[in-house]
Design a protein around this ligand. Sequence first.
Ligand code: KIV
Length: 280
Amino acid sequence: MTRERNGREAKSEQRDKKVTTKSLRLMKARGQRIVALTAYDFLMAELLDEAGVDVILVGDSAAMAVQGRHTTVSVTMEQMLYHSELVSSAVERALVVGDLPFMSYQINADEALRNAGRMVQEAHVEAVKLEGGKALCATITRIVEAGIPVMGHLGLTPQSIHKFGTYQVRATEPEEADEVRRDALALEQAGAFAIVLEKVPAALASEVSKSVSIPIIGIGAGGGCDGQILVSHDMLGLYSKFHPRFVRRYAELGSQMKEAFERYAKDVRAGDFPSERESY
Ligand code: KIV
């Protein structure tokens, strides 16, 4: 009984403690794995927060998951502000990170800082994420020096899809693997508080995780990272057309939702809905 209560207390304490960039670093130091998922709206963010997810990323994957686009490049700053504000307003414990969309930070550091600032001031996120390695370091330092934590993103960087032409696994060749190693160190040096490492070989991701003191959050990067992130819509099985190897589906909501819509349509057409009990 006492043990059960202690367990419950420990759990609620863990749930109550606000996640910060500092606590994420401590988690890495203690070997505690970081749990991250994406959200784009209030309801999903509230559920993730209640479930004890540590980091909620308002990803530019909103372009694909919400808007039905084939890439992330079309989502705009205004749209990311909108989604990020909805998520921030729902979250109490998790760290909320807002993705800076394509072309909101690449032009120059001034524009990047202005847009990162808008994410914090208007959408109330606690950190921003941007994609890229060494070339972005001066920009990252500028944003961090202004007081805004930055999460990096290496490996498969979806905003560069037209440059690479494919979503296949990255850094399989020694030169590109070396670039990832160098970029991770450079991002840490520039002041990034964590790095998303996407779709690279597990051995490389594990090595990179050990080489830096900031958390490496993997997606399709094996189990040796300091934490894991997935797109919530993917792990919930909301898409039936898309099932990459690195996504474990924890539900099949897409088919369940479709079945519910079909049953509703059948009931309405048959005159079975609403019933007397569902009427006034
Ligand atoms: O936009 C996004 O959802 C992301 C994750 C895939 C890490 O960048």
